[in-house]
Write a protein that binds this ligand. Structure first.
Ligand code: FE2
Ligand code: FE2
Length: 249
């Protein structure tokens, strides 16, 4: 009598199938992946043989014309994505505008979906061509503002930053300068609102679905009809990189 495969057997089978699909193709990893492991190299098989170019069978396939929601579902890491959803949920509960709900939904898009270092800058750049200028400005600025309290809105230096970075951590001078500049900016409060709605968001008991924000995204995110990455904006290459992260060139 045959029994149904267990979950882990099915996972093994899937992995095996994916390795077969990859064939003899060599996965070209960028310097950044190696630097993250403390190594200044492109790996032993940086070039040579058949290199992987295009779809990576190990990753969930994206549709031909991928949308922001598709990238959420097929690329962004799950846990930080939940943080974004919780943050946007809180913003919605607080009665914020669609624009600010979107800003909260996307504020850590770089952490969830691209590069953590300087996440405010990368995140802003990813979405800049598709959102209101105020949204991308606020996403960029929130990175610096997170380190500085503002009692007028009840925002204190985050307790978890003490745990994550140590008691004696001090932001780099460029972060201090960015904070001071943002403080004087007409959209200061928009970036600050992101910080305020960032706090509660780590609650593991709150579960929010992406679909809750489908309408907000529809109204506030200018989805290119040809698909993110297939368009021709200053950010298209970043979406393509996310789609094909291991292309050799
Ligand atoms: Fe952030
Ligand atoms: Fe955050």
């Amino acid at each position: 009598m045959s029994t149904a495969p267990t979950l882990s057997e099915r996972a093994d089978e899937l992995e095996h199938r994916q390795m077969e699909e990859l064939g003899e193709r060599i996965v070209g990893k960028s310097l950044l992946y190696h630097l993250a492991d403390g190594e200044r190299t492109l790996g032993e098989r940086a070039f040579g043989g058949l290199m992987l170019m295009g779809e990576d069978p190990r990753l969930p396939p994206l549709p031909e014309k991928p949308t922001l929601m598709d990238f959420f579902r097929c690329r962004f890491a799950v846990a930080p994505q939940a943080h974004l959803l919780q943050s946007a949920n809180l913003a919605q509960k607080n009665g914020l505008s669609d624009k600010m709900v979107l800003a909260c939904l996307l504020h850590d898009i770089a952490v969830a979906g691209f590069i953590r270092t300087d996440h405010g800058y990368w995140g802003a750049q990813l979405v800049e061509p598709y959102v209101d200028e105020e949204v991308s400005w606020a996403i960029r600025a929130h990175q610096a503002l997170r380190f500085f309290p503002d009692e007028s809105v009840g925002y204190a230096y985050p307790e978890n930053y003490r745990m994550l970075f140590g008691e004696d951590y001090r932001p780099e001078p460029y972060v201090v300068a960015a904070y001071e500049e943002a403080r004087r900016h007409k959209w200061y409060m928009s970036a600050r609102i992101i910080c305020v709605n960032d706090l509660y968001s780590f609650d593991p008991n709150v579960h929010v679905e992406l679909e809750q924000f489908e309408d907000v995204i529809g109204r506030e995110f200018r989805q290119p009809p040809e698909g993110l990455g297939n368009d021709n904006t200053p950010a298209s290459h970043m979406w393509r990189t996310l789609r094909w992260p291991c292309n050799a060139l």
